[in-house]
Design a protein around this ligand. Structure first.
Ligand SMILES: [Zn+2]
Ligand SMILES: [Zn+2]
Length: 246
C-alpha cells in the first residue's frame, strides 16, 4: 500500500476552507476495510456542518462526506471476501448488535455511526469502515460509473425507503415537499412506482427541473397561505390517498 498518497480534506473550523492533510493508512482492524474513494456526494448536511452551524458528533477536524463509493483496497482478516470489490458505503452504519438492530430495526439503532460525522468521511482518498454494511457495487450496468452511484448512500435510498414505507402503489398520489436533492430523486422513484407526483418548492428553477424529471404538477408556495397551498396541490388532481413526504 502506498501510504504517502492517503489524504483527507478536513473541516477544521466552521466556514473555513477545507484543509488537505496527508495521513498514514493503518492496517484495518479485523472487521474493517479500507476503501479507496472513487466518488463522494455532497449532501446538504455537509453544508450544514460547514456553513450552517450544525456540529459534527466527532470533534473537529474531520473529513466530511457520507455518500461514498469506492474500491476496497485492504481488508481485515474477518472480512477478506470484500478484497478488491467496488462498494457503496451506507450513510448510516447501525451497530448491528443492540436490541433494535437484532429486531431488524437498524434505522432506529441508537449507536449508529455516520461517516463524515462520527468518523472521517469520504472527502478523502481513503475511508476506513466496518465491512458489515457494505453494499457490493461490483456488477454495475456498463453505462453506470462507480462514482455515480455514491449518492445511493443517502440521496437515493432515503426517498426510496420512504416510498416503501408509505407503500406507494400505482395510481397513488405523492406530494413531495422540497424539490432539491432528496426530492428530485424521490419524484423519479415515485414515478417509477407509478404514482402521480406533485412537487412543492419555493424555487422555480427546482420546480422546472422537477417537471423535467416527470412531476405531474408543480406548486411554488412562496407567499402562499396553507389553504392556498392545499388548493394549488389539489388542482393537480392528486388521487384519494395523498402520501405526504418527507
Ligand atoms: Zn446526507
Ligand atoms: Zn444497533
Amino acid at each position: 500500500m502506498n501510504n504517502s498518497s492517503a489524504f483527507r480534506w478536513l473541516m477544521t473550523a466552521p466556514g473555513a476552507p477545507l484543509e488537505r492533510r496527508e495521513f498514514e493508512l493503518p492496517a484495518p482492524a479485523s472487521s474493517e476495510v479500507i476503501v479507496r474513494v472513487v466518488g463522494c456526494g455532497i449532501c446538504h448536511t455537509d453544508l450544514g456542518f460547514l456553513h450552517g452551524g450544525v456540529r459534527t458528533n466527532h470533534e473537529l477536524p474531520i473529513a466530511l462526506g457520507h455518500e461514498i463509493a469506492g474500491t476496497v483496497e485492504a481488508v481485515g482478516d474477518a472480512c477478506e471476501e470484500w478484497a478488491g470489490k467496488d462498494v457503496v458505503i451506507p450513510a448510516v452504519l447501525p451497530c448491528g448488535a443492540c436490541e433494535l438492530c437484532n429486531a431488524g430495526r437498524e434505522t432506529s439503532c441508537r449507536n449508529q455511526k455516520m461517516p463524515g460525522n462520527d468518523f472521517h468521511g469520504g472527502f478523502a482518498s481513503h475511508v476506513i469502515v466496518p465491512a458489515q454494511w457494505l453494499v457490493d457495487a461490483s456488477n454495475l450496468p456498463g453505462e453506470i460509473e462507480l462514482a455515480d452511484v455514491a449518492v445511493l448512500a443517502d440521496a437515493v435510498t432515503t426517498p426510496y425507503q420512504a416510498m416503501l414505507r408509505a407503500d406507494v402503489q400505482p395510481g397513488d398520489g405523492v406530494v413531495l415537499i422540497g424539490a432539491g436533492g432528496i426530492g428530485s430523486f424521490g419524484m423519479q422513484i415515485a414515478k417509477a412506482f407509478g404514482a402521480r407526483v406533485v412537487a412543492i418548492d419555493i424555487d422555480d428553477e427546482k420546480l422546472a427541473r422537477a417537471a423535467e424529471f416527470g412531476a405531474d404538477g408543480t406548486v411554488n408556495t412562496r407567499g402562499l397561505e396553507i389553504n392556498a397551498v392545499l388548493d394549488a396541490a389539489q388542482a393537480h388532481k392528486i388521487p384519494q390517498r395523498p402520501v405526504l413526504l418527507p
